[in-house]
Design a protein around this ligand. Structure first.
Ligand code: PRX
Length: 674
């Protein structure tokens, strides 16, 4: 090619690039929040997708037609389940709905472990890698489906030997090590119910949960790595079990080799428990509606709720959503960068990917250890194609700067996901541009511990609006109700789900009244999600935050996260937490704790600017009355900003147990704010 053409081409690229940069720079939050601003998926992201194939098979031409088809939800789930799971005995009825109690795939005999493991080892997938495990210090271990199958069988046999039977509860207090999914699957295999407690929770929190479900056996490990330090988990487990009379045995997995205290007769090393155990173990044939696990989640009261999930419906709902939303294909490398201790990890690290026969990354440690590019390095090394994370992580990466991801080849990525909190359009754009290089759809998935799987989420072919989780998926139905239970549009209201769904919780353990009261008492036969949401004129949902985290300023309802999003949209702000304080005249006033971007000097002038910025973005009513510049804001290990703790601290009240925070030191840091 003549040199002048090369030159002209380079010039063209520069102009294009410049154009884009300028376009991005001009982009401000009000433009991004604009409901009319739509990102249409590229042709490549639509072609050959799982959902497109399903549409072709059913002669469905448009997205609207697809959603309509999903409206016939009993037909839809009947049809969908055929592609995903194998029953030991087929069901007689798709659903039995006696509000608020539901049964799915009634009459089926089933066990989720059949789909997660047993069926794969009879096929070529036997030697496919199920998990690529990477420890924080850097060691890597790969588990094929057959490896997992054998480990699970051995542990299932060991549990049986310890007297664990169908219906018994088993507590699991393990970090992100392969033994965690193995322990879960071993329980499920024999029909025992697992109750995983996040390893970042305190001994006290673990004890309360173990006592609530009366676990017979618990799993833990000696210690594990977090940011180069060791967390002594066995010590915490000992403290918990001391006052947990139901626990007869503690199975201890060796993670670091640390010396631990030992209770002879009660404690058993993992390796000793499985030694001499047969490599085969028959999978218990259960009723499809038998419980698979309990997972405790916080409610408005101090006592966590033991959310119950059942085998059959959960298997169908989780695998369907992963297959359609993330378009999971045989060759994908999937990375759900959550912790298995939360519902995200249960559904999208353990069960759904295994049912689909996927290869997943399992990473033990902190995202910024030893350097802020650990994640990007992992993506490059394993060729991750699908990444699923949280807005908080995205915002922390934004704060660290583009130079870290820019050091790595992220070109294998084809879809990106977000979960756990509303994603502010600023973070959305950064994720889209810096990580996805403007060619990956952003899957903003709304769901809860209670829903078991995604409910409101885009599909690869759904047009996107940054900050909106788009629409309920086919087969699922959501609405926004006013206080009178009437559907409303273009105003904040109660997010509700109007018919049952397969992964729906089956109750709160030992507390049917609380189940009825929390979710089903506000509106007839309608599930109350507890989130404030707005549905726009196109039927897109904009989740604004928990109803219990909503401010009422002079009678105006303002989502804490909306104000936070407005603050974070300022170029000098990295993170923000907003709380309400009682106010004599306005009912509540808004106090905000702001983390500035690296190198920014705090000043009174900047406070003024930020107030004005929020005023401009949201209206004067939303301008914070107080702004405090702090180094960090308290967060849970799953990345949620702990407004409750911030509020208590700001009000001079007892902040309660802070041991579950990722950064407890941030609590004291709040009072040093300026
Ligand atoms: O407020 C919503 C928020 O997280 C809550 C559920 O929390 P949890 O049960 O811990 O499960 C988190 C992981 C599924 C919801 O009531 N939430 C979750 N996803 C989103 C979200 N808020 C906005 N957008 C989301 N995509």
């Amino acid at each position: 090619m003549p040199i002048r053409y090369v030159f002209v081409y380079l010039l063209y690229l520069c102009v294009m690039r410049e154009g884009k940069v300028e376009y991005m720079a001009k982009e401000n939050i009000s433009v991004l929040m604009d409901e009319k601003r739509v990102f249409t998926p590229s042709k490549e992201s639509v072609e050959n997708t799982n959902v497109k194939q399903w549409m072709e098979k059913h002669n469905i031409k448009t997205l609207d037609e697809l959603y309509k088809k999903g409206g016939d939800w009993q037909w839809f789930w009947d049809e969908i389940s055929k592609d995903l799971v194998e029953w030991y005995r087929p069901y007689k009825k798709v659903v039995e709905w006696n509000p608020p109690w539901v049964k799915w795939f009634v009459g089926a005999e089933y066990n989720i472990v059949h789909d997660a493991l047993d069926k794969h080892v009879k096929t070529w997938r036997k030697n496919k890698v199920a998990f690529i495990y990477e420890g924080e210090p850097g060691e890597v271990k790969k588990y094929t489906y057959n490896d997992l199958y054998i480990e699970v069988n051995k542990m299932a046999n060991a549990l049986k030997k310890l007297g664990v039977k169908k219906g018994d509860r088993v507590g699991i207090y393990l970090p992100m090590v392969p033994e965690l999914p193995i322990a879960m699957l071993a329980c499920a295999k024999i029909g025992a119910v697992h109750s995983v407690v996040f390893s970042g929770f305190s001994a006290l929190a673990f004890r309360d949960r173990v006592n609530d479900c009366e676990a017979k056996v618990v799993f833990t490990c000696d210690s594990f790595y977090r940011r180069g330090k060791k967390v002594q988990l066995k010590k915490q487990a000992d403290e918990a079990v001391e006052n947990a009379p139901s626990v007869k045995h503690v199975i201890v997995c060796k993670r670091t080799g640390d010396t631990v205290s030992w209770n002879e007769g009660r404690d058993i090393w993992w390796d000793d428990a499985i030694k001499d155990m047969p490599k085969e173990c028959e999978t218990e044939h259960l009723d499809a509606n038998d419980p698979l696990f309990f997972l405790y989640t916080s409610g408005t009261t101090g006592k966590p709720k033991g959310i119950i999930h059942a085998h059959g419906g959960y298997a169908v709902g989780t695998s369907y959503t992963l297959k359609w939303v993330f378009d999971m294909k045989e060759e994908d490398i999937w990375w759900c960068a959550a912790d298995i201790g939360w519902i995200t990890g249960h559904s999208y690290i353990v069960y759904a990917p295994l049912i689909l026969g996927a290869t997943s990354v399992l990473y033990e440690g902190a995202p910024d250890w030893p350097q802020p590019d650990r994640w990007w390095d992992i993506i490059e090394r394993y060729g991750v194609t699908l990444l699923y994370t949280s807005p908080t992580s995205i915002r922390s990466f934004m704060r660290q700067g583009e130079e870290w991801p820019d050091k790595h080849d992220l070109s294998t990525l084809r879809l990106l996901g977000s979960v756990g909190e509303p994603i502010n359009p600023e973070a959305w754009m950064w994720y889209y541009k810096v990580i996805g290089k403007e060619h990956c759809q952003i899957m903003d998935t709304w769901w809860q511990t209670e829903t078991g799987h995604f409910v409101i989420s885009p599909l690869p072919l759904t047009p996107l609006k940054p900050g909106s989780a788009t629409r309920p998926l086919p087969g699922l139905s959501a609405e926004v109700f006013n206080e009178e239970g009437k559907p409303i549009q273009n105003a904040g209201g109660n997010l509700v789900l109007t018919h049952p769904w397969p992964g729906m919780l089956r109750g709160i353990y030992k507390n049917p009244d609380r189940y009825q009261e929390t979710y089903w008492s506000k509106f007839d036969n309608t599930y109350l999600a507890g989130d404030v949401t707005r549905k726009d004129s196109d039927g897109f949902f904009w989740i604004q935050g928990r109803a219990d985290d909503v401010l009422n300023v002079s009678g105006h309802r303002i989502g804490n996260s909306e104000v936070e999003s407005a603050l974070v949209s300022h170029p000098l702000v990295a993170e923000a937490a907003v709380i309400g304080k009682p106010h004599e005249i306005k009912g509540e006033s808004i106090a905000s704790f702001v983390v500035l971007r690296k190198g920014t000097t705090p000043s009174e002038e900047l406070k003024k600017q930020l107030r004005e910025h929020v005023g401009k973005e949201m209206g004067k009513i939303a301008r914070p009355d107080e702004i405090w510049f702090v180094n960090d804001v308290p967060k849970t290990r799953s990345g949620k900003i702990m407004r409750r703790v911030i509020r208590a601290k700001a009000m001079g009240n007892d902040v309660g147990d802070t041991s579950t925070l990722a950064n407890p030191e941030a609590v004291d840091g709040l009072s040093k704010g300026q």
